[in-house]
Design a protein around this ligand. Structure first.
Ligand SMILES: C[S@@+](CC[C@H](N)C(=O)[O-])C[C@H]1O[C@@H](n2cnc3c(N)ncnc32)[C@H](O)[C@@H]1O
Length: 228
């Protein structure tokens, strides 16, 4: 099976329980992380939310007036269906499109801002995804990325390992009734890059003025960079 189909299907399977598990397993800290991410966004007219999923980041940026218009793309139709319902309930107009972040169908320089929350570590080719974000962004626009990272403090790391390898996959399996999804989450976080290494990938994609801000002892990180 093609990698992109596999990821789309994985998120289709857990879409119904995704929001509840996200907030429950993170003790709602994920909401705070998204709020902080939106704070660090440069106000932009038309924003592309890559891997929009159930639209939590989109809702937050529209609510805070950081974007006037949002287009979201994702490989999982079920995640987007839930996101679309949430936007509709709140009277928010958002365009949801099925698409692969690594080969987007938008023309060059189509958006004033690009965001991606917890999407990048799912890409089979991170560099292709970042190059695409750069390509579709208008010069002067900002990319803002929220992603899990691995804490540097040894004690936090030990607690993190226990939580991510034992507690979280077990609860995820019971609630979502999916054997693999939350084991995948743990594996994808551990094998992904963060901090300066991620900044280097942004730089290689063409971005400048790259910065990162760690959250909650480094469990998550926000990256920002500009296309000049
Ligand atoms: C962990 S969810 C994050 C969703 C949302 N951004 C949030 O903050 O909750 C990851 C999302 O990335 C999507 N995704 C993974 N790889 C993708 C790709 N190559 N192109 C587009 N979407 C992708 C998945 O379908 C899923 O909806």
């Amino acid at each position: 099976m093609e990698e992109k189909q596999h990821i789309g299907q994985l998120f289709d399977r857990i879409a119904g329980t995704y929001d509840g598990l996200n907030h429950g397993l993170s003790f709602s800290i994920d909401r705070r992380w998204r709020r902080k991410t939106v704070k660090l966004m440069k106000p932009s007219r038309h924003v592309l939310d890559v891997a929009i999923g159930t639209a939590d980041l989109t809702i937050e940026m529209l609510r805070r007036g950081k974007a006037e218009e949002v287009t979201g793309i994702d490989l999982s139709d079920k995640m987007m269906e839930i996101g679309a319902e949430k936007c509709e309930e709140r009277g928010l107009q958002v365009e949801f499109l099925h698409g692969n972040a690594q080969e987007m169908e938008f023309a060059d320089n189509s958006f004033d801002g690009v965001t991606c929350a917890f999407g990048c570590r799912n890409f089979s080719d991170l560099d292709a995804g970042l190059r695409e974000m750069y390509r579709v962004l208008n010069p002067g626009g900002q990319v803002t990325i929220l992603e899990f990272s691995y804490p540097s403090n040894r004690l936090v790391r030990a607690l993190y390992d226990i939580y991510f390898t034992r507690v979280l996959p077990w609860i995820g399996r019971v609630v979502s009734r999916d054997k693999t999804a939350y084991t995948y989450l743990n594996k994808s976080v551990k094998s992904f890059c963060w901090g300066e290494t991620f900044i280097q990938h942004l730089h290689d994609a063409g971005f400048t003025d790259e910065h990162f801000t760690t959250l909650s002892f480094g469990i998550a990180t926000i990256y920002t960079a500009i296309k000049w």
